[in-house]
Design a protein around this ligand. Structure first.
Ligand code: LLP
Length: 427
């Protein structure tokens, strides 16, 4: 289900809390988690929400209420999951910590809360051993294949820094054995946001891969197929139908259980699927200006808005498409090619781009100054990847449910931004 903008009092909210802001639709979020719950219904199936996609407390609470577990990728993500009510400990491993490097408080958090570490680099086994960890581990393998929506979101194959190369699993087992750490889970995540049937093909290949490698891991009780379920960002693109995935998961439970002679839990780890479509970034049109054709290139018309890549970095970083709506006097005008650009002093601060060209003018109605402009499908890797570049505060998040709006994160202030600054002599 996509957001229907006519349902929300956007203009009133914009007047009340200012622009830009994120709007989250709790009904859509709840439905998405419910669908993931149904996908993993039954014995030996478990969904983990990859909280990196959106770690807002409200989102985590809904994931928990729907029965999802958590994939966390930093010490603080583990602690945020704990604050949202997810259980620590590895019996069962409700929170898993996945990484290729321990930094900050990650190692101490794993030790303190007995959270299952999912090791993506052999050196992490040494780090765990040296820190005195004596519990179970999961290992992330790179099975040699995969694909994502861009090269930088492809996490399987020789170009990927993630996981431990599948042909090195003998050394990996020896290292874990030496360290006294039983490998209880095998994990692969091979890419985020591929095409629909490509996703199914890769998941089936992954199940075959696990069927091949699992016998060599005597202590394994689960496998994890990672996330990567596609989201339809472009209008007219079909949504991913989970009915394609369910048989793959049931087949995995059956085959893996059979080769081990005991139940093997099959986990999935979606992030984007749960949250992408439940949010919009709402900003205001401040100006419209044009450049003209000359020897260097074609002229463009720019809609200047108050949101920038500090708020939503996906277009600038990957050339990602986010659908755009205009609300206000301009909304009904015939479309013309327009570029939507933000306030940052960077020419790449443009929301209408593709991954080859800097600008990709979009057919849009010409708005009036003061109209609202909405960037759709911004719930995954939106607020989560926002920053306070140029000391602009991160924007508020509004949660909409049952006709009521709740502010769940306020706009960051100057004091928030400079809070960590200090002047401490180091000896
Ligand atoms: N599990 C692991 C270990 C991951 O690294 C990721 C995403 C996921 C699960 C969830 O993948 P999803 O279901 O959301 O596709 N910033 C990029 C996406 C980076 C994804 C990184 N890892 C974007 O905005 O498209």
């Amino acid at each position: 289900m996509a957001m229907d903008l006519s349902q929300y009092p956007l203009s009133k909210l914009a007047d009340q809390i200012g622009t830009p802001f994120y709007l989250y639709d709790g009904g859509i979020l709840r439905d998405n988690f419910k669908r993931l719950g149904a996908l993993t219904e039954g014995p030996n199936l478990q969904a983990r929400y990859a909280m990196k996609a959106n770690s807002s407390r409200k989102v985590l609470e809904m994931a928990r209420e729907a029965g999802s577990w958590i994939d966390a990728v930093s010490g603080n993500e583990v602690l945020r999951a704990g604050r949202a009510g997810f259980a620590f400990g590895d019996q069962p491993p409700v929170i898993m910590f996945t990484a290729d490097v321990f930094r900050d408080n990650a190692l101490t958090t794993v030790l303190e809360h007995q959270v299952l570490p999912n090791v993506g680099s052999p050196g992490m086994i040494r780090d765990l051993r040296d820190a005195g960890y004596r519990g179970p581990i999961a290992v992330r393998l790179n099975p040699g294949f995969g694909h994502g929506h861009t090269q930088s979101c492809d996490t399987g194959g020789p170009s990927s820094k993630h996981g431990i190369w599948h042909e090195d699993s003998d050394q990996l087992r020896a290292l874990a054995k030496q360290a006294g750490l039983p490998i209880v889970s095998l994990h692969c995540h091979v890419g985020t946001g591929p095409e629909l049937r490509e996703f199914d093909t890769n998941m089936r290949k992954l199940v075959d891969f696990f069927v091949d490698v699992l016998p060599a891991f005597p202590d394994a009780t689960s496998v994890n197929l990672g996330g990567g379920l596609p989201h339809p960002y472009r209008p007219g693109k079909p949504a991913y139908d989970l009915a394609w995935y369910r048989p793959v998961l049931l087949d995995a439970v059956e085959r893996l259980g059979r080769i081990k002679g005991r139940p093997i839990r099959v986990e999935i780890e979606p992030g984007r699927y749960a949250v992408a479509g439940m949010a919009a970034l709402v900003c205001r049109v401040h100006d419209i200006k044009t450049t003209r054709d000359n020897a260097k290139g074609r002229g463009n018309s720019f809609i200047m808005v108050d949101a920038g890549f500090n708020d939503l970095i996906r277009p600038a970083m990957y050339g990602s498409y986010h659908h755009i709506s205009i609300l206000g006097a301009g909304a009904g005008r015939p479309p013309e090619p327009l570029v939507v650009a933000g306030p940052l002093c960077e020419s790449g601060d443009v929301f209408t781009r593709d991954d080859h060209e800097l600008l990709d003018p979009r057919p849009l109605p010409r708005p009036d100054v003061g109209d609202l402009l909405v960037l759709h499908d911004a719930g995954a890797y939106g607020a989560a990847m926002s920053s306070n570049y140029v000391s602009m505060g991160r924007v508020p998040q509004v949660f909409w449910e049952n006709g009521t709006a709740t502010l769940i994160a306020r706009r960051e202030t100057l004091d928030d931004i400079v809070r960590a600054e200090c002047d401490e002599p180091l000896t």
